[in-house]
Design a protein around this ligand. Structure first.
Ligand code: ARG
Length: 445
């Protein structure tokens, strides 16, 4: 069983492209520095291209005897070019090799996530624009609180995703230093050129400490923490879709494409994709926790525990990719039941705050007293079974003589929403401004 516990090839074969790229950069540098003869370097570079072509066609083999993708690539290189292949590993260790490959993979992973995130942000912007003025109930404690617009609500998610975008971007910038040349842990006596390999692989610079170079996995943790927070946002949106798609809410009809029928209850359309986005968020958080726990007790420099860094990063990446694609599809294809949203917003005395504010503004009452008067008005409206805007004026003046018919201007949900014109507020014009701002910054902030 030693092979089974020791091998990482079943999962690290996924990094074959990065492994070939890093080996080519290393080989070219060895040639340029005169550490390996030019004809051997030429053979190595051609051989690596041939190995890559084989991988491209058939994928790496699941050969446990060779432990990992690094050893498999080297063994294949020997098959292609013979003994010169043995010169590739000069001034290198699998410790700096795996650190380099995994960084390259994580950087690519971030680029994929950033593209998917921008796609979801675009979808939210388009739907928010469509519904910039459509009124829905805004909730606190999941109780009808004040009317907002659906566009405003969707733009709140856009704002969360903008922070995710910036977290992934930060992580990418921070991780873009190259560990190659750290060798096993202490650096090497060969006259290598770390600036050259770093530049060839698109890194900003070589890492400054070889021990840190082989033992740091912060880049993967940065990726996983950013993915966790992003997944958490997607999970909240997914939860709202689940809730909104339920019959008592009826705020959204999910498209057939992003829901499923029940096998025995023909009337049902289940929000499976949204539920799985919510569920996957827990698994992504688990991946983050797994790597943190793996790393927390490790002395410098490399320990084999660190081989366990890749499965959680790979799993989280696959899951966040699915979640972003599914959420984008759901947002794009959902039918928002704005008539139903409006009816619910209209039914919950959601403009009570507007009445209180009016009493402060027009009646000169202190807010606490206005709040108290409004409470009595709401209780009376509830007893009469009417909306605030349908209350007879005599009923209102009986509660407080300072109320005049002008109050009706603020009691409708449209008037309420239109009045929330403070910066960042829900007035349709402010929502449209927020959309324009988001477009101007290219979705990212
Ligand atoms: N398979 C190993 C990993 O993924 C490669 C590094 C091995 N280094 C070593 N000193 N055994 O981490």
């Amino acid at each position: 069983m030693m092979r089974e516990i020791n091998a990482s090839i079943p999962f690290d074969k996924r990094m074959w492209r990065q492994d070939i790229a890093a080996s080519k950069a290393h080989a070219a540098m060895l040639g340029a520095q005169g550490i390996v003869a030019a004809e051997d370097v030429a053979a190595i570079l051609d051989g690596l291209d041939a190995v890559a072509a084989d991988y491209e066609r058939d994928g790496p083999a699941n050969d446990l005897a060779l432990e990992d993708i690094h050893m498999q690539s080297e063994a294949r290189l020997v098959d292609k070019i013979g003994p010169a292949a043995g010169r590739l590993h000069t001034a290198r260790s699998r410790n700096d090799q795996v650190a380099t490959d995994f960084r390259l993979w994580t950087r690519d992973a971030i680029d994929e996530v950033l593209a998917a995130l921008a796609g979801l942000q675009d979808a939210l912007l388009a739907r928010a624009e469509e519904h910039a003025a459509d009124v829905m109930p805004g909730f606190t404690h999941l109780q009808s609180a004040q009317p907002v617009t659906l566009g405003h609500h969707l733009m709140a998610y856009h704002a969360m995703l903008a922070r995710d975008f910036s977290r992934f971007t930060d992580a990418r910038a921070r991780m873009n230093e190259c560990p190659l040349g750290s060798a096993a842990l202490a650096g090497t006596g060969f006259p290598i050129d770390r600036e050259a390999t770093a530049a060839a692989l698109g890194f900003d610079r070589p890492m400054g400490n070889s021990l840190d170079g082989v033992s740091d996995r912060d880049f993967a943790l940065d990726y996983l923490t950013a993915a966790t927070q992003c997944a958490l946002h997607l999970s909240r949106l997914a939860e709202e879709f689940v809730l909104w798609a339920s019959q008592p809410f009826g705020f959204v009809a999910l498209s057939d494409q992003w829901s499923t029928g029940s096998s025995i209850m023909p009337q049902k359309r289940n929000p499976d994709a949204a539920e799985l986005v919510r569920g996957h968020a827990g698994r992504i958080m688990g991946c983050m926790t797994a790597l943190m726990v793996t790393m927390k007790g490790l002395p410098l420099a490399y320990s084999k525990d660190m081989q366990d860094d890749k499965p959680p990063a790979f799993e989280a990446h696959d899951l966040i990719g699915l979640c972003l694609a599914a959420m984008t599809g759901m947002v794009e294809s959902a039918t928002f039941r704005t008539d139903r949203m409006r009816a619910v917003a209209d039914a919950g005395f959601a403009t009570a705050t507007d009445l209180a504010d009016w009493l402060v503004r027009e009646g000169g009452l202190p807010f606490r007293e206005a709040h108290h008067v409004t409470g009595r008005v709401v209780a009376r409206a509830e007893a009469l079974g009417v909306k605030l805007e349908a209350m007879p004026i005599e009923e209102l003046t009986a509660i407080d003589a300072r109320i005049t018919p002008a109050v009706f201007d603020v009691l409708s949900i449209d008037a309420s929403v239109a009045s929330r014109r403070s910066f960042g507020g829900t007035a349709p014009e402010r929502v449209r401004e927020a959309i324009a701002r988001a477009r101007a910054t290219g979705d990212k902030t």
